[in-house]
Design a protein. Structure first.
Length: 189
């Protein structure tokens, strides 16, 4: 099953670490976890805090132990297709979390959400349209979905951002179904 995942982090520096993770399965099942900093995680950017609104004190007070979050991720997400809007950043923070918990850093792998969107459109359009028409429709649908998404504010909270990825995926499917249901040139008389 597809899972859309997002991390929030201490900063965008090389020493950054995950402070929150959220994921939502394609069926709508979801989870979010604030992550208490591991002892060696000291990096902190007040600018990042201003964006996501989570203080280091909140993490220390309310965050779950990083080892528990890492184990929960492996237990829940192994064997599923994981997608993130920024797989290089989210992958970095996933790796930092897994390594800090003493787990293999490649135990979970992320793909770009754009792949899930494209695959969703292709799966609906390919049986209904010729290859060139399906490709053109897919590009138009992806552009429309991204334009609609660009009009909505980014929450910069892990679960809300993962939910937005799923909403976009669902919207791409709806647009593809509408496009695929249009009468083709052969049906017009």
């Amino acid at each position: 099953m597809r899972v859309f995942l997002d991390f929030e982090a201490s900063s965008l520096s090389d020493d950054s670490y995950p402070i929150e993770v959220g994921w939502v399965f394609e069926d709508g099942t979801e989870e979010a976890h604030l992550i208490a900093p591991a002892p060696k995680w000291t990096d902190w950017d007040p600018g990042a805090e201003a964006i996501h609104g989570v203080s280091r004190a909140t993490l220390q007070r309310e965050g779950e132990p990083h080892e528990a979050v890492a184990r929960r991720m492996l237990e829940t997400l192994s064997g599923h297709e994981l997608y993130a809007s920024s797989p290089s950043w989210d992958g970095k923070w996933l790796s930092v979390l897994l390594r800090a918990a003493g787990l293999p850093r490649h135990a979970l792998r992320l793909k770009d959400s754009e792949m899930a969107f494209a695959e969703a459109a292709e799966a609906i359009l390919a049986p209904r349209l010729s290859e060139p028409d399906a490709e053109a429709a897919k590009l138009a649908i992806l552009a429309q979905a991204q334009q609609e998404r660009a009009g909505r504010p980014v929450a910069h909270r892990a679960l809300a951002d993962a939910q937005e990825e799923r909403r976009t995926w669902l919207r791409v499917q709806a647009l593809a179904a509408e496009w695929g249901a249009r009468p083709g040139p052969s049906s017009a008389t």
